[in-house]
Design a protein around this ligand. Structure first.
Ligand code: GLU
Length: 505
């Protein structure tokens, strides 16, 4: 039997890290087994639909590199792939009829006041809450007929058997047994005729020949209902794989408090596709060994259900930053320059930062302008800063020193070096040397500094390099001094050294 899995989001809000991890697991599992991944939209809850959400889901999947071969936008033999359209197409009706005829489903006409009263009674008497039969489970056919004829609003419920053990096969937990008396009778079809998740998702999983259902752990308590429905229809249930939740580093369920959780915010924040997919896939999945940096193909090769951890995975943004930095460092400078340029110039990213951290937005704008007026220097700047930067927007501030007329001096460093006796003469000598240089490049600049150290009896070049870097950049740390000076070029070197003489004297 070949593997068929599906990602089945509800378009009710921005897809977040948890949804996207499920999508990634589906993608990796399908790829590992040479199977098919299907994208299905579960839009039966019409009151919760969020306009534009479906587009955001697709964009998020593209961003993290999740592929699907069948379903939304691709078509396939089991369409349509939106549940609202499936309902319209009449796909669910014969199954509803089958459930009613066999008695596995029954109509219930409780009013919302009656249901509230029932729950209240259950709560006060410390009984499990839910519909365990009410007045309709065993109502005689005549009263049901009458209620229907009177046009009372009714729902179709699933009859959960009494005094049985329901068995679920879970890919992570193995065999799970549940006492059927603890499970209430879920609504399958609402009184407006719309199917609920309990009905539509199971029916579609069957009709679409899904073999494995990866879904969030919050569904495990509903799994007995789902297994009962499969049994009632005489269908074999797929294997359920209930994926544990994601927690923040504080041990609490991941939420807005922990920072960004919407998938596309990570793109806006400047995380690369390779690192975000690598990072999210490793939340709660251990590929074995101590591998961490992995391509999508390597992850697909290694992916197995057994590697999914039974306890909640932790979202560690420091790890994401580290990972993103590794991917940035592994890039060709030319491609990275293009990426930073596109990123910094994109309005959506600009808006994101304008709201979150205005100086970052400003620095990105400045970089965009600089890259347009001097692309050669901008590319060099990216290459030299590549070692130290963790996310794309950081390049803005990191590269600023290459373009600013007068970089601001780090105050601590200024206090440390200002007034040191050797500095004015040393900087003066450098100005003279650079003016006389025929070719100003890394080698000639390094030579100049080493020669000066030797001529002035310096064993260690710290007192030379640090104040010179300060004059060149205003900073304490940065790229190698001679590479940096070579990138800035003769004119800028002389200008900044001259300013350094003033500032440090
Ligand atoms: N539509 C459900 C949700 O978004 C999908 C759960 C499932 O994968 O079965 O939560």
């Amino acid at each position: 039997m070949s593997v068929r899995v599906r990602f089945a989001p509800s378009p009710t809000g921005s897809p977040h890290v948890g949804n996207i991890r499920t999508a990634l697991f589906n993608h990796l599992f399908a790829k590992h087994h040479g199977g098919v991944h299907i994208l299905r939209i579960e839009d039966t809850d019409r009151t919760r639909l969020v306009p534009g959400c479906e587009e955001e889901i697709i964009e998020s999947l593209h961003y993290v590199g999740v592929e699907w071969q069948e379903g939304l936008g691709k078509g396939g033999p089991h369409g349509p792939y939106r549940q609202s359209e499936r309902k319209e197409a009449g796909i669910y009706q014969p199954i509803i009829d089958q459930l009613v005829e066999s008695g596995a489903g029954y109509y219930a006409f409780d009013t919302s006041e009656e249901l509230t009263e029932m729950r209240e009674f259950q709560r006060i008497n410390k009984k499990p809450t839910g519909y365990f039969g009410g007045s309709w489970r065993d109502a005689d056919a005549a009263s049901v007929e009458k209620a229907r004829a009177d046009g009372l609003p009714g729902v179709l419920r699933l009859r959960i058997p009494k005094n049985e053990t329901i068995v679920i096969q879970d890919g992570i937990r193995g065999r799970v047994e549940i006492d059927s008396n603890t499970i209430d009778d879920p609504v399958l079809i609402k009184n407006d005729g719309m199917p609920t998740y309990h009905f539509a998702a199971m029916v579609d999983d069957h009709l679409m020949e899904i073999t494995h259902v990866f879904r969030g752990e919050e569904w495990i308590s509903s799994a007995p209902k789902h297994v009962t429905l499969f049994n009632a229809l005489g269908w074999a249930a797929p294997e359920f794989v209930h994926v544990p939740a994601i927690k923040g580093k504080d041990g609490k369920k991941l939420s807005k408090r922990h920072g960004d959780t919407a998938c596309l915010d990570f793109r806006r924040a400047g995380y690369l596709q390779e690192s975000i997919s690598n990072f999210i896939a490793l939340i709660g999945w251990a590929p074995g060994g101590d591998r961490e940096i992995m391509t999508m193909d390597e992850m697909a090769e290694a992916f197995s259900m057994r590697g999914i951890q039974p306890s909640a995975g932790v979202f560690d943004v420091d790890k994401l930053n580290w990972m993103n930095g590794s991917y940035i460092r592994a890039m060709e400078p030319k491609a990275l320059f293009q990426m930073v340029r596109d990123y910094s110039g994109c309005d959506e990213n600009q808006d994101y930062w304008a709201e979150k951290d205005a100086p970052t937005a400003e620095a990105m704008k400045a970089f965009t302008a600089a890259a347009a007026s001097d692309p050669v220097l901008a590319e060099k700047a990216i290459e030299l800063e590549q070692e130290r930067v963790g996310t794309l927007p950081e390049f803005g501030a990191a590269c600023a020193l290459f373009f600013e007329d007068e970089p601001e001096y780090d105050e601590k460093m200024l206090n440390k070096w200002k007034g040191k006796e050797h500095i004015p003469g040393m900087l003066g000598d450098f100005i003279a040397s650079v003016e006389a240089m025929e070719t100003v490049n890394e080698e000639s600049l390094e030579q100049m500094i080493r020669d000066w150290a030797a001529a002035n009896d310096y064993e260690k070049i710290g007192p030379i390099v640090h104040p010179t870097r300060l004059a060149m950049t205003g900073r304490k740390v940065g790229p190698g001094l001679w590479q940096l000076m070579a990138a800035l070029g003769k004119e800028t070197i002389i200008k900044r050294l001259t300013r350094g003489q003033e500032m440090l004297t």
